[in-house]
Design a protein around this ligand. Structure first.
Ligand SMILES: C[S@@+](CC[C@H](N)C(=O)[O-])C[C@H]1O[C@@H](n2cnc3c(N)ncnc32)[C@H](O)[C@@H]1O
Length: 250
């Protein structure tokens, strides 16, 4: 799990933390509230809540005991328990949040219904896989040019029913939440050079790296070369990553 966490950090964890900060700023929940972080993983959003939102208490839940173990070591001051988004086990909190989780949940509508039962204020965010998460978009577009079968792995296609302004708004209003608002959060993703951009795709963790791991070496090299030809050849590679965020109240 430590190896997994390190690969995740290099691939996308380093870019998801600034999104968590912007999301909490936008959520603007008052201090002194109780929080539930659903799908907390290794605690990236949980620790950001502790640092920026002055919670009375925060619990992170996740189905993965391995992630929770790492979260407990990394994030003192929070409680971490095994749990599932579609059944929060009767838990309640003033604020229920989830960061980059709903695309992993087989029944997102059931999960949001649980969020709305458990919390007075409910917020979440997901990458804009279809276009704004540039690093992933560039990868999948190059992969599909080399291997048309990559389309069945492309998160922009697989998650279009959940990740987007319209789908998130529909999920929140469908769960009976009120004052629903959706916004785009854009953060800079600046890579030192092409190696800093490409090597995290070889770490096996995340949908694109997992797909890359299945490619024969010639095809993997072809994807790399296509990406290199589409990115600046010299100096840092300055891209952006966009997430869709949604909030509502019960
Ligand atoms: C991309 S990670 C995000 C982790 C963390 N929220 C963050 O912002 O770094 C997705 C997380 O969703 C969790 N997950 C997957 N299926 C889930 C489910 N049904 N209920 C709750 N969490 C789930 C995974 O174990 C993983 O920790």
């Amino acid at each position: 799990m430590w190896g997994f966490g390190d690969a995740y950090e290099r691939y996308v964890g380093r870019w998801s933390r600034p999104v968590a900060v912007e999301f909490l700023r936008w959520l603007d929940a008052p201090p002194g509230r109780t929080w539930l972080d659903v799908g907390c993983g290794t605690g990236a959003l949980t620790e950001t809540v502790l640092a920026h939102a002055r919670p009375a208490a925060i619990t992170g839940i996740d189905p993965s005991e391995g992630f929770l173990e790492r979260a407990r070591q990394r994030v003192p001051g929070a409680t971490f328990e095994v749990g599932n988004a579609t059944d929060l086990g009767g838990r309640t909190a003033d604020v229920v949040v989830s960061g980059l989780v709903l695309t992993f949940v087989p029944d997102a509508a059931q999960a949001v219904a649980e969020f709305a039962r458990a919390g007075s204020y409910v917020g979440s965010y997901l990458w804009d896989y279809t276009s704004g998460m540039r690093m992933m978009r560039l990868f999948w577009d190059a992969a599909k040019d080399v291997d048309p079968a990559a389309a069945s792995h492309d998160e922009g296609l697989r998650f279009s029913d959940v990740s987007g302004a319209g789908p998130l708004r529909a999920l929140w209003t469908g769960a009976g939440l009120r004052d629903v608002e959706v916004t785009g959060i854009v953060v800079p993703t600046v890579f030192r050079d092409f190696a800093d951009f490409w090597e995290p795709f070889l770490g096996g963790t995340g949908a694109a790296p997992a797909y890359a791991a299945t490619l024969p070496p010639e095809q993997l090299d072809a994807v790399r070369d296509l990406l290199r030809s589409r990115l600046p050849g010299e100096g840092p590679i300055e891209l952006t990553a966009k997430a869709w965020a949604v909030r509502g109240s019960r």
